[in-house]
Design a protein around this ligand. Structure first.
Ligand SMILES: Cc1cc2nc3c(=O)[nH]c(=O)nc-3n(C[C@H](O)[C@H](O)[C@H](O)COP(=O)(O)OP(=O)(O)OC[C@H]3O[C@@H](n4cnc5c(N)ncnc54)[C@H](O)[C@@H]3O)c2cc1C
Length: 435
């Protein structure tokens, strides 16, 4: 892929556009070379077909084609997703151009056979397939024993051990981002494993405090033994909460599939009664969520709002993206108006843009809410929001038990799957060594 940044020597937006461009190329995987071209005079501008600074081209095409502009050395203004204008090239335009180019490359390179078939599978079917695979232990054994997924796993998971995670947390802190840490693991089938998981959180909270890192963690109840014995699970989480209380840390109870919603809300409510720095998660895809949020607002419990990452039947969840997004918008507005420090957890630029307009219109100050995103996803957007003064928290998972988490990330975006398939095909041809 040929990626070019064209700019005049004094362009104030060139450096920021280049940083965004590099972050997107890194996230999308593959080659990351950016050719820079400085346009110093009108002749050079005319021969390059340059219509203003900065300009980004992918494979020779302007990522935001300029209609009716003549060549020259002027600055360019770009319409941003929130409707405002700025001199920086909108990251989403770059991303889409990179993704289109990458997908064209994939199409040309791929061997006939599985990839062709996969490309025709609608995204929804692919999502269901990956979510099904996320629950298959045989596939988990295969995936975790080969090296094919390693590159992509590293993008979403901050290392196998605590030291790796702590280094990532320090990097994120230095970049102005807040964090919440998840010790990967879920659906444990014995009290012994659940006890070990709680021990890891206790150790983690101690380290976060000792290193003066953000004391904020996220955990799953099935990791704490919910499916073994709910009473045991409550005692186990309480150990984590008691450790968190020593340093005033915050504990978020993640939300799992719909069969756990009632019990998760019940346990979170009970824990919040004992320790107010406990919060929970609401998924906008569930039809019940508007009612659940109303009750959580009444109780002053902090809510993280996300769309939802599991495969749910249409009886309990909205099936179309439009309905899930609309439900998200409605709940988000309510939380912003009436909730206790809500967390707007999404990478959806339209919803984030809507949140920004809404808080502006309603006069909601920036210290009353925060945005949250996943480690390795839309780093450009995370950074751009921080630069604009918003509070952004990154969800940082680490540990060996990455398989179900990773598969949910694949299910969220077909381009991730194509990237993985390319590695699998390479392995079949012998260029990736299984470990
Ligand atoms: C902080 C945080 C905590 C979460 N906690 C929970 C939880 O407790 N329970 C739960 O069910 N779900 C949880 N989720 C996951 C969530 O439910 C969604 O599955 C996930 O965030 C994708 O939805 P989206 O809002 O980003 O919107 P989408 O419409 O899915 O995506 C919008 C855009 O974001 C980008 N994007 C989204 N996902 C990916 C990805 N995997 N890789 C690359 N780009 C991507 C793409 O550019 C995409 O176009 C959490 C998400 C976040 C950010």
């Amino acid at each position: 892929m040929r990626v070019e940044l064209l700019a005049t020597p004094d362009c104030p937006h060139a450096a920021r556009t280049e940083a965004t461009l590099r972050a997107i190329l890194e996230e999308e995987g593959g080659e990351q070379h950016v050719s820079r071209m400085l346009l110093r005079d009108l002749d050079a501008a005319a021969s390059a077909g340059f219509v203003g600074s900065p300009t980004v081209r992918v494979n020779g095409r302007d990522v935001m084609p300029a209609v009716g502009l003549r060549s020259g050395l002027a600055c360019r203004l770009y319409r941003q997703p929130d409707g405002s204008f700025s001199g920086a090239v909108p990251p989403e335009a770059i991303r889409q151009a990179v993704q289109r180019a990458r997908e064209r490359e994939e199409a040309e390179r791929a061997a006939p056979g599985p990839l062709d078939t996969m490309r025709d599978v609608p995204a929804q079917v692919m999502r269901t397939g990956f979510l099904w695979a996320s629950r298959q232990e045989g596939l988990e054994r295969f995936a975790t024993s080969t090296g094919v997924t390693r590159g992509l796993v590293e993008r979403f998971v901050a290392g196998n051990d605590l030291e790796g995670a702590l280094a990532a947390l320090e990097r994120l802190r230095d970049a102005g981002l807040r964090t919440t840490v998840d010790v990967l693991g879920e659906s444990v089938d014995s009290e012994k494993r659940a006890t070990v998981a709680a021990d890891r959180y206790v150790e983690l909270l101690g380290e976060l405090h000792a290193r003066r890192l953000d004391g904020n963690v996220s955990l799953k109840l099935t990791q704490m033994g919910l499916e073994v014995d709910p009473a045991f699970c409550l005692r186990n989480v309480r150990r984590v909460i008691e450790k968190a209380a020593e340093s005033g840390s915050f504990v978020r109870v993640d939300m799992e599939d719909h069969s756990k919603t009632d019990v998760t809300l019940r346990i979170a409510r009970q824990l919040h009664g004992e320790y107010p720095e406990t919060g929970v998660v609401i998924q906008s895809y569930l039809r019940r969520s508007a009612d659940d949020v109303a009750a959580l607002i009444r109780d002053g419990i902090r809510v993280r709002l996300c769309k939802g990452a599991y495969d749910e039947p249409p009886t309990v969840a909205f099936a179309s993206k439009a309905e899930v997004d609309e439900s998200y918008r409605v709940i988000m507005e309510r939380l912003l108006l009436e909730g206790t420090y809500p967390a707007i957890a999404t990478h959806d630029e339209r919803l984030i843009g809507h949140a920004r307009e809404f808080v502006e219109r309603e006069g909601i100050p920036p210290d009353r809410y925060e945005f949250q995103m996943l480690y390795g996803v839309r780093r450009d957007l995370q950074q751009a929001l921080v630069e604009e003064g918003a509070a952004v928290r990154v969800y940082v998972p680490f540990g060996h038990e990455w398989y179900p988490y990773f598969m949910r990330r694949l299910a969220e975006r077909p381009a991730n799957v194509l990237f993985l398939l390319r590695n699998l095909l390479r392995e079949r041809r012998g260029s990736v060594t299984p470990t």
